[in-house]
Design a protein around this ligand. Structure first.
Ligand code: C2G
Length: 133
């Protein structure tokens, strides 16, 4: 059997929306096997001083149920990217271009690709709209 190119990507995927679907679908298209690190509630609290709307077990289950996602795990720390890339023998790291340049160091370990974000949608905007209506 030919070698499977493994893609890894990371995200919170809170209040799951079309931008999330689009990046995961395109990430999978870069290789053959897609691994997704779903950031933990604690990581989000440390980064944004608030917890996600959906707890990590639910966010994990949503992402796991997508047909183009092959494996999911909880991302415990932003600093562990190298360990995760090595642990899963990932060939390619995909991130949205809001992270452009931030993971260029990882080019020592795998290919790094930043994909354009889907315009006009974000979890933050959805929360604002819901709050204000
Ligand atoms: N995304 C996108 N288009 C949008 C919104 C999000 O392509 N309109 C992408 C982001 O660029 C990211 C992924 O969807 O690659 C997940 O986005 P978030 O849930 O906002 O994840 P984030 O908090 O940026 O990730 O190691 C990274 C951390 O896990 C945090």
């Amino acid at each position: 059997m030919s070698y499977k190119r493994k893609v890894i990507t990371f995200g919170t995927f809170d209040v799951f929306h079309i931008g999330h679907i689009n990046i995961l679908e395109r990430a999978k298209a870069e290789g053959d096997y897609l691994i997704v690190g779903v950031s933990s509630d604690a990581l989000n609290f440390n980064k944004k001083q608030r917890y996600p709307i959906y707890p990590q077990d639910q966010r994990l289950k949503i992402v796991k149920s997508l047909k183009f996602v092959d494996y999911v795990f909880i991302e415990e720390s932003l600093e562990l990217k190298v360990e995760y890339i090595r642990q899963f023998s990932a060939d390619i790291l995909v991130m949205g271009d809001d992270w452009k340049g931030r993971f260029d160091d990882m080019e020592k370990y795998c290919e790094v690709i930043y994909l354009p974000r889907t315009p006009s949608i974000s979890t933050t905007e959805i929360i604002e709209v819901v709050k204000n209506n």
